[in-house]
Structures are given as structure tokens and as C-alpha cells.
Write a protein that binds this ligand. Structure first.
Ligand SMILES: Cc1cc2nc3c(=O)[nH]c(=O)nc-3n(C[C@H](O)[C@H](O)[C@H](O)COP(=O)(O)O)c2cc1C
Length: 187
């Protein structure tokens, strides 16, 4: 086994797109990989100091969409360009927005699925950012990505994960088993 010391290489990492409004209701989006489930109805995000952070300081509502192969270029773009110095960021991204039904934040309708979220707690706040703990208020899923049982079909979404080792985006593959079930064979 080769050693690599400490690196931010927890695998696999999500590619989430955080949607916020500023005080003038101008929508913004940013890419984040350091995020995860915190509790049954709560998520966490490691948030740096961005235009998005300013927006979140003014209003704690935001959306989280999951990047897909189809939205990869726009998703990467919103992660490398700041609205601080690019006011036309969202127009240039080509993303389409509408107001979320339950929170004061934009939904980018190009993405298969979106969480409507509200900040519950900010941890370790400093000028470099903070850790967000947020409540998931609602989940929206484009009908074309629903399974026969009416629930979101993750396999249909062509989601991508972030590869922090080689800075890549990798498309999720096919379903290989049933969770809480496959292991029963060894019981
Ligand atoms: C693949 C990728 C992952 C990123 N992950 C994070 C992250 O977890 N947390 C964070 O604060 N910024 C992250 N960023 C950086 C922000 O997306 C980037 O600084 C963005 O331009 C901020 O936009 P804004 O200033 O318009 O809000 C990531 C960028 C990329 C491309």
C-alpha cells in the first residue's frame, strides 16, 4: 500500500450546486463538494468566503441541486467564476431559474433534483467561512426522473461525483445491488 498523508480525499464526493438570492433577488449558484448528510432532515456544507456566503448571511435560505453529466459544464463554471466580479455569472452559465416554492432561493430547473434548505446553524464562523448545518425543508424532483414507485430514480439522473485526486468529474454507473440486503448472504 502506498501512503499519501492527509488529503481531502473522502470518496466519493458529491457535486452540489448551491442556489441563493442576494438582497436584490439576483440569483447565484456555486459548486461545492465538501458536503454531506448531517441528520435525517439536515445537511452540512463546508462554506468558504464567496458571494454565496454574503447572500447566505443576508438570508439563510438556499437550494441544493445535484450536478449531472448534462449540466457538468455549467456546474463547473459556477465553481470557477465568482459573482463578486462577474455580475452576469448566471446568464453566462445558461442555467434557467425560477423561485423555489418553499424557500427564498432560486431553483435551477436544468438539474434533475433540488433540495430546498434553510440554515439552522453556522459552526466555526470566521472571515474564511463556516460550516453550515441546514434543515431540508422540501425536495423537488423533475417528473421525468421518477421511478415507477413515484420516488426519484437516481439511476436515471446521470449524476456526477467529484474526483479530488485528479480533479475530475466521474459519472455514476449502474445499480449493482440492494442496500441492507446484499450482506444478508453472509449472515
Ligand atoms: C469541484 C469544485 C468543488 C468546490 N467545492 C467547494 C466547497 O466545498 N466549498 C466552498 O466553499 N467552495 C467550493 N468550491 C469553490 C466555489 O464554487 C467557487 O469559489 C465559486 O466561484 C463561488 O462563487 P460565488 O463567489 O459566486 O458564490 C468548489 C469549486 C469546484 C469547481
Amino acid at each position: 500500500m502506498k501512503s499519501f498523508n492527509a488529503k481531502p480525499w473522502l470518496l466519493p464526493q458529491p457535486v452540489i450546486i448551491i442556489g441563493t438570492y442576494d438582497e436584490n433577488n439576483v440569483p447565484n449558484a456555486m459548486n461545492a463538494a465538501w458536503a454531506g448528510q448531517w441528520n435525517i432532515n439536515e445537511i452540512m456544507i463546508s462554506m468558504g468566503n464567496h458571494k454565496t456566503t454574503r447572500n447566505l448571511n443576508a438570508c439563510g435560505d438556499f437550494t441544493v441541486a445535484f450536478a449531472s453529466k448534462e449540466t457538468m459544464v455549467a456546474s463547473d463554471y459556477v465553481g470557477i467564476v465568482s459573482q463578486k466580479n462577474n455580475p452576469n455569472k448566471i446568464q453566462k452559465s445558461g442555467l434557467t431559474t425560477e423561485k423555489a416554492p418553499n424557500v427564498n432561493a432560486p431553483v435551477f430547473t436544468d438539474y434533475p433534483m433540488t433540495l430546498e434548505c434553510r440554515i439552522k446553524e453556522k459552526l466555526n464562523e470566521s472571515e474564511t467561512g463556516y460550516y453550515i448545518i441546514a434543515e431540508v425543508v422540501n425536495i423537488l424532483c423533475d417528473e421525468k426522473y421518477l421511478a415507477e414507485d413515484g420516488k426519484p430514480d437516481v439511476e436515471k439522473m446521470d449524476l456526477i461525483t467529484f474526483d479530488p485526486v485528479h480533479m475530475g468529474y466521474i459519472k455514476l454507473g449502474e445499480r449493482v445491488g440492494q442496500a441492507f440486503d446484499e450482506g444478508k448472504n453472509l449472515k
